[in-house]
Design a protein around this ligand. Structure first.
Ligand SMILES: [Zn+2]
Length: 156
């Protein structure tokens, strides 16, 4: 699933694939979260685009403060936007459960499995965007925590 913010010409849109199971409800609410939180979604998209346009796939030896700042801002904005969307999804999952007497979280294996599910996505964003780029720039990354530590140094 994916969400697209709307503009004056196009309404907001959620692209839905196959409904494979109860997880799809939470995924759907996650995408709704992105649409509900347009400011944070736009910040993430623009930080992402700025980095891609100016630095992505360019000189791997360029560790200039501008590049590292742009990467750090992209990391922070994307993770923030994803966390917000998951928080929205979980809040509204609870609401649906109460409102309709359905059991979504229980069917996903309970709270701790849902937390694992969400964290697997957050880890994926960190690995696919931040850690991959840091590796490209020659930083040794073994865990998501390594990437986070490096990004914190540049955010300071
Ligand atoms: Zn998302």
């Amino acid at each position: 699933m994916a969400a697209k913010l709307g503009n004056e010409e196009h309404p907001p849109e959620i692209i839905i694939g196959k409904f494979k199971g109860v997880d799809a409800i939470v995924d759907f609410l996650h995408e709704c979260g992105h649409l509900q939180d347009a400011t944070s979604t736009r910040t993430a998209i623009s930080a992402e685009n700025y980095y891609v346009e100016n630095f992505f796939n360019k000189d791997a030896n360029d560790h200039s403060p501008e590049r590292m700042k742009a990467l750090s801002e992209r990391s922070t904005a994307v993770i923030q936007s994803e966390r917000n969307a998951w928080a929205y999804a979980l809040r509204n999952t609870r609401k649906l459960e109460q409102q309709f007497g359905i059991n979504i979280i229980e069917q996903m294996g309970g709270v701790s499995d849902v937390v694992k599910y969400v964290n697997s996505f957050l880890d994926k964003y960190e690995k696919s965007t931040i850690a991959t780029e840091l590796e490209y720039l020659g930083f040794p990354i073994y865990t998501p925590q390594d990437a986070e530590k490096i990004m914190k140094e540049f955010a300071a």
